[in-house]
Write a protein that binds this ligand. Structure first.
Ligand code: NAP
Length: 329
């Protein structure tokens, strides 16, 4: 029988993970049971939230299990189906990533909506990261035309979508990213200003870019970025707390300006994009339109081959990606 390959969690990391935490294991291809589907994966997503799943702690998603395959977003083609809902050749997205072949019950797979966009978009602007940007900005922070929005990790997948959605909705946008090259791209996709956080204190850059303060902060980073947002928030500012990548590997957070929450009446709200699954229709309508018209542009950093998956994941924590980090099989 043919064999397939999957990345296994070999051990749990302390601090920054490394290649020693992963093992590529060969497995015998399983026979396809009734109601199940076999998919050849074409694109794998690696995402910062996976770092949390490597720890053995209770959270909004269960931890990865040592000795078992890792999971994550993926897009592929159905190559065998024993379900009336799928046929050979269907393009589907699902959560059986980190492997070359996905086998599971039909209800775990979703046919891509017929929007005529390239397959990898379903892991980026039309997938988890685009939906996170859309709901975080427009629902959680209730950002509206005329607002001044600050977004961190603005050259990343979620951040670059936030920049472009905010511009599509008539907001002023300031993005931060590591390095001049990334900042140039953040301006290219529409940001009114970009702050290179590696070149100087974020709070100084933000005060210069938004002398009248910010109405909305979309947080992907935490730490110094969140503190700078506290320092520059206008009265009744809204913060959508999406991620804190600065702390995922154990870096300490400290907040000098946090007490401004009181005087400036700042509202902070954390969220998980799945909170908004019932509203995905709005997201597909708006984002589908912006992607189709070119108003929202997509950029990917692509690693080639299943072997490259852990390195692609590790590179997220050193800024190795511009736009969405993907693995092409
Ligand atoms: P991403 O932004 O495409 O990639 C991560 C980026 O973070 C890197 O490219 C790097 O860019 C930046 N970074 C890494 N370490 C940093 C540090 N210590 N300080 C400042 N920047 C750092 O990843 P993404 O998938 O779009 O995710 C962005 C954030 O959203 C993450 O925090 C993630 O956990 C969160 N998220 C939340 C949800 C939700 O439902 N709440 C869903 C998806 C993602 P630079 O080169 O600019 O440093």
């Amino acid at each position: 029988m043919a064999s397939t390959r999957a990345w296994i969690l070999k051990s749990r990391p302390t601090g920054m993970p490394d290649m020693g935490n992963f093992e590529l294991r060969e497995r015998e291809q399983e026979a396809l049971g009734e109601g199940r589907v076999r998919v050849e994966n074409r694109w794998l997503s690696v995402d910062p939230y996976m770092r949390g799943r490597m720890n053995d702690v209770k959270s909004y998603v269960p931890p990865f299990e040592v000795g078992k395959p890792l999971e994550g977003g993926a897009v592929g083609k159905v190559i065998e189906s024993r379900s009336p809902h799928f046929k050979e050749g269907d393009t589907v997205f699902h959560m059986y990533g980190w492997r070359d072949q996905a086998v599971g019950p039909a209800e775990k797979f979703n046919k891509v909506p017929p929007l005529g966009v390239s397959d990898e978009q379903w892991l980026g602007n039309l997938g988890l990261t685009g939906a996170t940007a859309y709901f975080g900005l427009l629902r959680v922070a209730a950002a509206k035309e005329g607002d001044t929005v600050f977004v961190s990790a603005a050259a990343g997948a979620v951040g670059s979508a936030v920049v472009q959605i905010a511009k599509a909705k008539g907001m002023t946008v300031i993005g931060s990213a590591g390095g001049e090259e990334k900042c140039a791209w953040v301006r290219e996709i529409g940001a009114d200003a970009a702050i290179d956080y590696k070149a100087g204190p974020v709070v100084k850059g933000l005060m210069e870019a938004a002398p009248k303060g910010i109405d909305v902060y979309f947080d992907n980073v935490g730490g110094e970025h969140l503190d700078a947002a506290f320092a520059t928030a206008r009265n009744n500012a809204r913060f959508a707390i999406c991620g804190m990548i600065d702390a995922y590997n154990g870096a300490p957070q400290s907040f000098r300006y946090m007490a401004r929450v009181i005087a400036a009446r700042i509202q902070l709200k954390g969220f998980i994009y799945t909170d908004y699954l019932p509203e995905m229709g709005d997201f597909y309508r708006d984002m589908g339109g912006w992607v189709a018209s070119g108003q929202v542009k997509s950029r990917e950093t692509i690693h080639e081959g299943l072997e490259a998956t852990p390195q692609a994941f590790l590179d997220l924590f050193t800024g190795g990606n511009t736009g969405k980090m993907l693995v092409r099989l």
